[in-house]
Design a protein around this ligand. Structure first.
Ligand SMILES: [Zn+2]
Length: 332
């Protein structure tokens, strides 16, 4: 994985690799590698489908006919609204099926970016036994192999790492998985989207682990940061480089998001914010949890409230591209 070190020498000055991207950055999607310039309008935390709530041994199975009938027209409607890319946050062991994602992507012409990693939230019910038994380096190797070889016997590669904390004091296994994520980042350059929510302690521990391995906070997306009400803490993390994912937009709360975005804007931190819905196209076979409030409601409201086209593009196009460009991000 390139680190853009050559560019640093080329200019003869010390330039942080984490902020310097070359013109031909690329990212893996379920239909192959694309230029990060083609990601365009991106939803960075959604679930095309999942089997959250189902017991672990049956999460890989879907009623495929019902899945396609429900999800394909919905994603086509999102595409008409301008969405080009969806980052799918359903991990292995709670319903990731990259073969089905590939088929859905083909039928809808939406880029879908799959993940590697294990999901440490939900009281650890979707963490496989091997994660407890194997050393952290071996777990990182499993995820790195998915990046190098493909997922579940396919040639489909992950475009990011997905991890999660439970609430409360971070458990040994959750921290172990985050450390495995950092080791995977150092091999692959993949960004880590870590379900952290309101958990201040988990955020601090993540920062400590990143420091321990000399990895920049810009390798970390604080997922569900909207649940942390202390804006000052989010600003502080954003200033260190952390990506702040405000990913619970829905038709009844989008005005609150406008207020919050105004605060980030006033602090010059819009450049570190990601937006999404945490929607789900097929939640364990149930009805769609919508993910169109950003295009339907939030973007029009931002325009009404004086956000410029450039600022809206930064939030929906530029920030996702910068956050998820695979590049090893060493701390300075
Ligand atoms: Zn989610």
């Amino acid at each position: 994985m390139k680190t853009n070190i050559a560019w640093c020498f080329l200019f003869g000055i010390m330039v942080c690799p984490s902020v310097l991207h070359s013109q031909n950055d690329s990212i893996a999607t379920v239909r192959g590698t694309i230029s990060t310039n083609d990601l365009s309008l991106s939803l960075t935390h959604e679930h095309i489908m999942s089997n959250y709530g189902v017991s672990m041994d049956s999460t890989a199975f879907y009623d495929e006919k019902a899945l396609f009938e429900q999800v394909v027209p919905y994603l086509k409607s999102l595409r008409q609204q301008g969405v080009r890319s969806v980052f799918d946050c359903t991990t292995a062991y709670f319903g990731r099926r990259v073969d089905l994602l590939e088929e859905i992507s083909k039928r809808t012409d939406i880029h879908i970016i799959a993940n590697t990693g294990f999901y440490g939230s939900a009281n650890d019910r979707y963490i496989p036994q091997l994660a407890y038994e194997q050393p952290v380096e071996e777990i990182a190797q499993i995820w790195t192999n998915e990046f190098e070889e493909g997922i579940d016997g396919t040639k489909i590669k992950p475009g990011f790492i997905k991890l999660a904390f439970d609430s409360g004091s971070p458990s040994t296994i959750d921290l172990k998985l985050v450390e495995a994520g950092i080791l995977t980042h150092l091999e692959t350059g993949l960004t880590m989207a870590i379900h952290t929510g309101e958990n201040r302690d988990a955020a601090q521990k993540t920062l400590s682990l990143l420091n321990k391995h000399q990895v920049s906070p810009s390798a970390w997306v604080w997922v569900h940061a909207n649940k942390q009400e202390d804006n000052e803490m989010l600003f502080e993390m954003a200033r260190l480089g952390t990506w702040i994912s405000l990913d619970g937009v829905n038709p009844s709360n989008y005005k609150d998001y406008v207020d919050r975005l105004q605060k980030f804007k006033n602090d010059g931190l819009l450049k570190k914010v990601l937006l999404s819905h945490d929607g789900n196209g097929f939640p364990a076979g149930g009805a769609i949890r919508s993910f169109d409030a950003i295009t339907q409601f939030l973007i029009p409201e931002l325009k009404t409230e004086g956000f410029t086209e450039n600022e809206i593009e930064q939030l929906t196009i530029e920030n996702p591209k910068k956050a998820f460009t695979p590049v090893i991000r060493r701390s300075e």
